[in-house]
Write a protein that binds this ligand. Structure first.
Ligand code: SF4
Length: 362
C-alpha cells in the first residue's frame, strides 16, 4: 500500500483538505480512476456478534457498559445464526462480512473458539471475512489467519493527540500493537477514523499521518461520521455537514491511492448527492443493511436503488487479494473430539444403565 509522496506532511495535507471542494473532488477522482474501477463499490455487512457490556470507555460508543444507552447487551451469537446472517447478507449483494464483538481484548476461551469457527464458516461461503474484536495478541492473530480471516479491523479513530480526549482505558500505542500483530500474521488491515467528535481538522490530518508512519499503511481505511447516541459522552455533538465527509474521503483517497476507502457510519445523515460525491472522490465501499453494529444505516433496498441511479456495481469478493485457505484448528478439533467421546459414553451408559464418569469439556 503506497503513500502519495506529494501529500505526506501535515502542511500539505491541510492545504489539500482546504482546497476548493470541487477541485479536491476532481483531484481525488483522477487518482481513484488510476488505481481502482470507479464503477465498483463493495457492499459489506457489519454484524454485531456480541453486543454491549464492554469495559472500555470510548466516548462515542453506546456499547460501553458504563454509559446508560438503549443498547441491550447480548452474549455471543451462535455459529449457526452467524452463518444464516452471512447467507442473507450475501444474497443481498454483500461480498464482505465484518463481525464485531464488544470486547476490550480477545481472550483465549470458548467464545474465541466459536469466533474461529465463524471465520471458517463464512470464508467457506466465499465472502471476505473481517473481524473487529478489540485487542489481539500474535497467537490469536495467527489462529484467525489460519481460520481464513481476510481482514482485521482496528480503528485509530483520530489523531494521537485527540485520542486521549475520547478514550482513557487504553493507549494509542495499544491500537498500533494490535494492528501490527494482525499485519505480522498476514491478515489485511482495516483501520480508519471517526469525524465529528469535536476534533480539529489537524486531528483528521493527524490520523492519516499516523497511518503514514506505518511500514505498510492499512489496506482499507473506513471513514465514519459520528452517530451521536443518547447516553454517551458525545450525545450532544452536532452532526457534521456532509461536505466534511466528502473532504475527508477525498483527502484519504489522495493520500493513500491504493487503499480501499470505506464510506462507513453516518450515511443516514447524507443525501444521495452527497454520497455520490464521496463515490466520485474515491469511496470504494459501503456498509449495507439497516444496522451498523447498534446504530442505524440505510436499508439494503435503498442502497440497491442508489446503485441503480448512480450506475454503480457491487464489487465481487477478493477483488483486492486472494481468498485465504481455512485450515483445521487444533483447539476446536480437540474440543469436538472430547464432545464426540462424551456422546459415546452417554450412549453406552443409556444401554448399560450406569452413570458415565464426568468428563469436563473446556
Ligand atoms: S468501541 Fe469497542 S472497545 Fe470501545 S466501548 Fe465500544 S465496544 Fe468497547
Amino acid at each position: 500500500m503506497k503513500v502519495n509522496p506529494n501529500y505526506n506532511t501535515k502542511e500539505s495535507l491541510l492545504e489539500l483538505y482546504n482546497k476548493p471542494l470541487l477541485e479536491l473532488v476532481f483531484e481525488a477522482a483522477t487518482i481513484h480512476r488510476k488505481f481502482h474501477n470507479p464503477r465498483e463499490v463493495q457492499m459489506s455487512s457489519l454484524l454485531s456478534i456480541k453486543t454491549g457490556g464492554c469495559s472500555e470507555d470510548c466516548g462515542y460508543c453506546p456499547q460501553a457498559a458504563r454509559y446508560h444507552t438503549d443498547v441491550e447487551a447480548h452474549k455471543l451469537m451462535s455459529v449457526e445464526s452467524v452463518i444464516e446472517q452471512a447467507k442473507n447478507a450475501k444474497s443481498n449483494g454483500s461480498s464482505r462480512l465484518c463481525m464485531g464483538a464488544a470486547w476490550r481484548e480477545v481472550r483465549d476461551n470458548k467464545d474465541f473458539d466459536s469466533v474461529v469457527e465463524m471465520v471458517q464458516a463464512v470464508n467457506d461461503l466465499d465472502m471476505e471475512v473481517c473481524c473487529t474484536l478489540g485487542m489481539l495478541n500474535e497467537n490469536q492473530a495467527v489462529r484467525l489467519k489460519n481460520a481464513g480471516l481476510f481482514a482485521y479491523n482496528h480503528n485509530l479513530d483520530s489523531s494521537k493527540e485527540f485520542y486521549k480526549d475520547i478514550i482513557s482505558t487504553r493507549e494509542y500505542e495499544d491500537r498500533l500493537n494490535t494492528i501490527d500483530n494482525a499485519r505480522k500474521a498476514g491478515i489485511t488491515v482495516c483501520s480508519g477514523g471517526i469525524i465529528g467528535m469535536g476534533e480539529a481538522i489537524e486531528d483528521r490530518v493527524g490520523l492519516l499521518l499516523s497511518y503514514m508512519e506505518m511500514e505498510t499503511p492499512p489496506d482499507s481505511i473506513p471513514i465514519n461520521a459520528l452517530v451521536a447516541v443518547e447516553g454517551t459522552p458525545l450525545e450532544n455533538q452536532k452532526p457534521i455537514e456532509q461536505w466534511e465527509m466528502i473532504r475527508m474521503v477525498a483527502m484519504t483517497r489522495i493520500a493513500f491511492p491504493e487503499s480501499v476507502v470505506r464510506l462507513s457510519a453516518g450515511r443516514t445523515k447524507m443525501n444521495m448527492e452527497g454520497q455520490a460525491l464521496c463515490f466520485m472522490a474515491g469511496a470504494g465501499s459501503i456498509f449495507a443493511g439497516d444496522k451498523l453494529l447498534t446504530t442505524p444505516n440505510p436499508e439494503f433496498n435503498e442502497d440497491k436503488e442508489m446503485f441503480k441511479i448512480l450506475g454503480l456495481v457491487a464489487k465481487e469478493a477478493f477483488a483486492e487479494g486472494e481468498k485465504p485457505v481455512s485450515k483445521p484448528d487444533a483447539i476446536i478439533d480437540a474440543r469436538k473430539e472430547k464432545e464426540r467421546l462424551r456422546a459415546i459414553q452417554l450412549e453406552e451408559a443409556k444401554v448399560s444403565g450406569f452413570e458415565p464418569r464426568k468428563v469436563t469439556v473446556n
